[in-house]
Design a protein around this ligand. Sequence first.
Ligand SMILES: [Zn+2]
Length: 662
Amino acid sequence: MIPKEARAEARELRELIRYHNRLYYSEDRTEISDSEYDALMRRLMELENRWPGLITEDSPTHRVGAEPLEYFQSIEWDPPMLSLDNVFSEERFREWEERAVRELGLECPPDYSVEPKLDGLAVALVYRDGVLERAGTRGDGAEGEDVTPNIRTVRSIPLVLEGAVPGVLVVRGEVIFRRDDFREMNRRREAGGLEPFVNPRNAASGSLRQLDSRITSERPLSFVAYGTAEWPPDVSDMHSLFGLLGSLGLPVNPWNRTCTGCEQVCAAYRRLEDAREELPWDIDGVVVKMERADLQERMGTISRSPRWAVAWKFRAEEAVTRLLGIDLQVGRTGKLTPVARLEPVFVGGVTVSSATLHNADELERKDARPGDMVVVRRAGDVIPEVVRSLGNPGGDRSEPFRFPGSCPVCGGPVVREESEAAHRCMNPACPARLSESLFHWGSRDALDIEGLGSKLADQLVDSGLVKGFPDLYRLTEVELAKLPRMGAKSAENLVRQLKQSTGADLRRFLTGLGIPGIGRTAAGSLAERFEDLGSLMEAGVDSLTSVEGVGPVLAGSLHRFFHDPVTRDVVEGLVEAGFDPKGSGPSRNGSLSGLTLVFTGSISIPRDRARQLAEDAGAKVTGSVSPATDLVVAGPGGGSKLDRARELGIRVIGEEEFLSMV
Ligand SMILES: [Zn+2]
């Protein structure tokens, strides 16, 4: 029996959350902080966990959680989702407009709806009796992919429309990334060592077409509605259609305008082109539609395009120039990015003299070589990129660019991990990546130096106090206490923690070095196999390859790491600072020896601590339940993993029992 108060509170929370979602996504403003919003969401989840009967199909908490799909179902569009004809100049637009006026036999200039043309992925949302039922991509117009679970994770899309909407309403619009969301997402990806997305459009398309909606849910996508498949009753022009969509809780573009006649449309086009850089999303032109429903119907469609609308694209943002050379930039994580040095060229409103070539794969695909003529694109505030090479008309071409074997900044060894596009500098003490390396060195899985956060790491490097790892171990309390926001007490603690860290075992030591491909798992296997650092450093490629989880490529790069003078020097410096890391020996025959274990739900000790306990007891910890799972440790709110475990008849235990076993 669910208490009446809980029911009322859940209803109120849902309304509040929807209200704030709408404010944020439709009106671009907020009344509460992120943490207040999270608190509302958390409280609702608590109630729903406690009384699952409270969960409704449309609950804002229920946007995520579907299991990955095997493939996309198809979804049919009738009437089909048409694509617009493009015009690329004012002259062509005027021709289109004149023809329309002539054909319709109008005596005075008609009204047009002028809308920013968002550069994203077109989708349609099917609402039945006001509830989101299905959603899909445009596909070929007649048939798209059913991406309903992914669409449900887009927070600006209401799962339930506001007000009564009987029957079926098919809403069309664009799924996009706002620029600020896109930048923030890329910043986080890079901080996590992931490849950043190239541009918002590709990222939006890639994010929405994920078979696992949990991935989509982590991407901050937005939605903007631009129409409906059929005219709703009592709506006779675009302006009132947008009014209706907005009142139903669907985001519409605040820049949409009704214009009378050709001159007003041209003025609106120029205004948007001028404002383009300041808009919150990328646009590549304007869409001009007949404002009135009856005129749209009279003009009709031909083949795949409506005749009552046209996409008027902005001036090309591409230009051709000569590629003078290719430089390499080393990023904070050690990633080497090839950058094109260009003969300066005016494109997209600014002079561009360098452009990114992204990575080795892209460079090879485009086959851009120094001396070639190349096409450069600059769209929105995305960094300029080289789109393709035109070769060197009338001249000989130079050799294709080769990535060097050593880092242009520090001379350390460069590797390209298996299945990775990026080349990375392996030297943790490389000046380009030193502050990230120090932060990683202090992280919990590595040397676990609590005081060594990312801010302090930056300060240590910027102040020149630390130029390499051994410098960390020469720091004095007096030196540290001079840094901004560092008290005597913290300085004392840090020096003590650093000193303690020199007693770390081989696993932590290896994890801390941040060698590409060596995370805590591989480091653990190496620490089991090798007695101490010395024997690991002298090991041949064959004996490294015999370690579980270390393939020939990884073995090769490890071997290189320990033999290249630059990186070997870093390790030897640490040994001089007092490190003498020992291996753990073959894993003990613990109480959970040989078992594969999965955690789910919330448990009272930190998850990584629980994981450590399980591993120390000999278990292998994995993230998802499969027939290979032996044991599931479940806390409250276990969800789909728990269901799956029960389905497969896998033994499920609680936290207390788990703790008694380790
Ligand atoms: Zn380097």
